[in-house]
Design a protein around this ligand. Structure first.
Ligand code: GAL
Length: 510
């Protein structure tokens, strides 16, 4: 072989070796095995007497046979689909055991149904159309989103809501003539535009997949994109959303400033949300309410009192994609308000293919490195934030799915205690995030917002821990070993290493 040939062969093999090393380090979440693995929250809230629908999130090769022990008599679990349907039982707490088996193995998992006043006992999870499709959203894209969530495995790790954002109604003016038309019919009912010919058929489609449907409105006369809002038709709209079969409402302040003439007293800020919260509670179905008013009047202090289950703590993340760490640090300041049924919402997970927030353009790859994407998901999980993916589900790549679908990471987000991690600053660029978990374990994020890799130490006293702990890397599903007093790990630039620490000998549900 000539020298030149040998050199190019060497360079080529170095290139491919580095590519495969990159692939190995890039995709952190191991592939799920063929045996069943039951995922999803350990606790689930519903209101007595309302229609009940829950698709038991389960990985593993189909067919899987599902069963349950101690399911209330008003509920039925379909052994083939794993959907629990029926009527929410009388007020009370029902401790159930879910079971799943296929030809590769069997497993079980505890599941508590709490029938009472509180919904969203763990942070809501799903998909929202906004950052993928903006004002191009159609019935077809929403159906495709539901199909994708089933096909790509997102539903098997707990993503549940398929949420329509703005632009499903009519506007007086729009670049798309199919979105222009009467805002309401002769009886005052809000009309969907021609891209949404039959809202009930759409929610039926979503429900038949075991998923739930979300819708969007504003308390003002128009939404942020200039479409019909609910002002002066609130009761009619709440009933309409329930009749159509929606399970979630995002209620976006938008033009409500016109109603209160720009006077943002706490009373004015609360009024439209309290009104909608009361109206939704009067409906015959469970509807989760998301307050979107960008954090005005310290909404975290009163969002739950007015009937909200989550509230955006700041403006649109669409404009702050390069500031994920700062956004998280700001959001985590409101940690004391995070609890079952009441969640601080720092906005959607925007990874994979997302639209350009400034131009509302077609989806294109997000500007994040792999480490930044894993960091995004780690921070949102540690903060017990609602987990809504808002990217193009038709263009999911392996990395995006790998970031979104790690059941051990999601388990941290969905922990029944509902605690948002506390932040412990180590240097201007490094910090720890520490989250207590219901089983007595502790989730710890070693976070590096700096431009260089860093070695970060989590000292046990700083994490509220004492004595020997078994520590697990939850992204890689790998135990790191026993640690007496601290843990030191290398953390990439703009990265988070996420671990969970248990007392030695403690029974772990993994
Ligand atoms: C914004 C909201 C976004 C999106 C948009 C729709 O106010 O924060 O999440 O819903 O309106 O117009």
């Amino acid at each position: 072989m000539s020298f030149m040939l040998r050199m190019s062969w060497l360079l080529a093999s170095l290139f491919f070796a580095s590519l495969s090393a990159q692939n190995q380090t890039t995709l952190l979440t191991p592939k799920p095995g063929p045996a069943p693995r039951l995922n999803g929250p350990l606790v689930y809230g519903c209101r007595p007497g309302h229609p009940f629908l829950y698709r038991v999130p389960t990985q593993g090769q189909r067919p899987i046979q599902f069963s349950a022990d101690k399911l209330p008599a008003t509920l039925h679990l379909d052994p083939h689909t794993g959907f629990i349907t029926g009527t929410a039982p009388d007020r009370g707490s029902y401790q159930i055991t879910l079971m799943a088996k296929n030809r590769y193995g069997k497993t079980k998992r505890p599941f508590k149904i709490v029938s009472g006043d509180t919904l969203a006992l763990t942070p809501p999870m799903g998909w929202n159309h906004w950052y993928a499709h903006y004002d191009r959203i159609t019935d077809k894209l929403i159906r495709e989103a539901a199909d994708s969530m089933i096909q790509n495995g997102m539903a098997d790790v707990g993503y549940q809501f398929v949420n329509i954002d703005d632009c499903w109604m009519n506007a007086e003016k729009n670049r798309d003539p199919l979105r222009v038309g009467p805002l309401r019919d002769a009886d005052g009912r809000m009309m969907s535009n021609q891209h949404f010919p039959d809202m009930k058929a759409l929610t039926d489609y979503i429900h038949h997949k075991g998923l739930k449907a979300g819708i969007y409105s504003s308390p003002g006369p128009t939404t942020c994109a200039g479409f019909c809002g609910s002002y002066e038709h609130e009761a009619q709209d709440a009933k309409q959303f329930a009749d159509w079969g929606f399970d979630f409402l995002k209620y976006d302040w938008c033009s409500y400033d016109q109603v209160v003439k720009q006077v943002r007293t706490i009373e004015n800020l609360q009024k439209p949300y309290r009104q909608m919260g009361d109206l939704l509670r009067q409906q015959e179905r469970d509807i989760v309410l998301n307050l979107c008013q960008y954090g005005m009047g310290n909404v975290w202090e009163w969002g739950a009192q007015v009937g909200g289950h989550s509230w955006r703590t700041a403006g649109d993340l669409g404009y702050e994609l390069n500031r994920i760490f700062q956004v998280a640090l700001k959001n985590a300041k409101h940690r004391v308000w995070s609890k079952p049924g009441s969640w601080n919402d720092p906005d959607y997970i925007q990874i994979g293919y997302i639209g350009n927030a400034r131009t509302a353009g077609e989806p294109e790859p997000c500007p994040f490195t792999a480490e930044e994407q894993y960091a995004f998901m780690s921070l949102w999980s540690l903060m017990a934030s609602p987990l809504f993916y808002s990217g193009d589900l038709n263009r999911m790549d392996a990395l995006t799915l790998n970031v979104l679908c790690n059941p051990e990471v999601i388990e941290i987000n969905q922990d029944p205690l509902g605690v948002c991690a506390r932040v412990d600053s180590l240097s201007p660029e490094t910090f720890l995030m520490v989250k207590e978990m219901a089983d007595g374990s502790t989730a710890i994020g070693l976070c590096n917002s700096g431009e260089q890799p860093a070695r970060i130490t989590a000292a046990w006293p700083q994490c509220g821990l004492r004595g020997k702990k078994i520590v697990r890397d939850v992204w890689r599903h790998r135990d790191l070993g026993l640690f007496d007093a601290s843990l030191t790990l290398a953390v990439p630039r703009h990265g988070v290493v996420l671990v969970r620490a248990w007392d030695v000998g403690k029974k772990r549900i993994l």
